[in-house]
Write a protein that binds this ligand. Structure first.
Ligand SMILES: C[S@@+](CC[C@H](N)C(=O)[O-])C[C@H]1O[C@@H](n2cnc3c(N)ncnc32)[C@H](O)[C@@H]1O
Length: 368
């Protein structure tokens, strides 16, 4: 019978702990915690409402320490499943098996339905397969090793599709493989800002459309990672930080760092990456934001108590001017929050909007 899962029961019956490997990285500094060395610290991390990195650098030892698989934060897993809103007899596709915990939750929820889960990394998929076999108390999900950006045609159509890795473009295959009226939930972002949780409803005209419903931060789908990953931002990406055009601006950089402003600037300058570095000691309030697109870069210095800020720029684009223009365009719209924006996906591509599919987002400054 078609009913909504009782999530409290599903979570109570499906604890996270058995799905977490012996070594995880957690906290702001991604500290390594090994269960065999410090079982209490491991147990505390597993019980906390925090994400746990479960693989770095695709399981290699290159030493970049870039998270490549994780167990998401429990409250976020719950939010995403609630947004997915499946019925107990539906067919669900999950992309990004990771530890297998969310696959187990879905399997426990869909008492008369079915779950297929796709993981791109063979090693991660193998570990999840074993854990699910040992601990999943309900019908095992169908486990597939492959590129989730292609969905999984063999099991389609799906009533619900959930991705647990971030995409810059929603693949049209996902829309094609979801029933009309079905729901797609996915982390969505761009190089500038990767914080959108997008909820799309598939229409009967072959398109899908919907709003952002939350603030998340997921690792990228493997083939959509930043080209700057594994490189020092200032030093490698910006190899000439001392050679620049210098000018001053009256724009205070602090409000641009606010989450909704940052999101809105990202919609307008999706290919620009940025990082903020704070001062130390008695200069802890000072910071520099660096922006780069791989060819041009800009840096703005914030110092308290001044009303004009130094800007350094290099390359063919005046990146800081473009950032200011994108910020101004968002302010002119009344500073709408992330959740007032949405995305429409068609066979020809996707586009972002404000207040409904007809209010296309102004892409901001004209580039020269
Ligand atoms: C945040 S983790 C998944 C969390 C997981 N659902 C859990 O409960 O543990 C993201 C996973 O997506 C996988 N992934 C990345 N790109 C992928 C792709 N194109 N297709 C399928 N899986 C992908 C990563 O290898 C990683 O294991």
């Amino acid at each position: 019978m078609s009913a909504r899962p009782v999530w409290n029961r599903v979570f109570a019956d499906t604890p996270r702990r058995p799905y977490i490997p012996a070594v995880v990285w957690a906290g702001d500094d991604d500290a390594r915690i090994d269960r065999t060395v410090d079982p209490d610290a491991w147990a505390d991390a597993v019980a906390a409402d925090i994400p746990l990195v479960t693989q770095v650098d695709d399981g290699t030892d290159v030493g970049h320490m870039i998270p490549t698989s994780s167990a998401s934060m429990p409250s976020l897993v719950r939010l995403m499943l609630e947004q997915l809103d499946p019925r107990t007899d539906q067919n669900v596709l999950e992309l990004g098996t990771g530890t297998g915990w969310s696959s187990a939750l879905l399997s426990a929820a869909l008492t008369e339905g079915s779950v297929t889960t796709v993981e791109v990394d063979e090693q991660v998929a193998g570990a999840a397969r074993k854990t699910l076999k040992d601990h999943c108390r309900t019908t095992l999900p169908t486990m597939v090793v492959g590129d989730g950006l292609e969905g999984h045609k063999e099991g389609a159509p799906y009533h619900r599709l959930i991705a647990t890795m971030a995409v810059r473009h929603v693949p049209y295959a996902w829309v094609e493989q979801t029933t009309s009226g079905g729901v797609i939930v996915t982390p969505w972002g761009n190089v500038y800002n990767n914080s959108g949780l997008l909820r799309l409803i598939v229409g009967d005209n072959g398109t899908a459309s919907g709003r952002f419903v939350g603030n998340v931060n997921f690792m990228w789908a493997r083939s959509q990672r930043s080209k700057f990953d594994g490189r020092r931002f200032v030093g490698d990406v910006i190899s000439d930080p001392d050679t620049a055009r210098i000018r001053h601006t009256l724009t205070d950089p602090r409000p641009l760092r606010e989450e909704h402003a940052d999101f809105a600037i990202g919609l307008r300058l999706p290919e620009v990456e940025h990082r903020t570095f704070f001062g130390r000691g008695d200069r802890a309030e000072e910071f520099t934001v660096w922006y780069a697109d791989g060819e041009s870069w800009a840096a703005i210095d914030y110092k308290p108590g001044v009303d004009s800020y130094e800007v350094n720029e290099s390359g063919p684009r005046d990146l800081w001017r473009e950032i200011e223009a994108a910020y101004d365009a968002w302010r002119a719209q009344g500073e709408p929050p992330r959740e007032q924006h949405g995305v429409t996906v068609t066979r020809d591509g996707q586009w972002t909007w404000l207040d409904g599919p007809n209010g296309r987002v102004d892409i901001g400054p004209t580039r020269t």
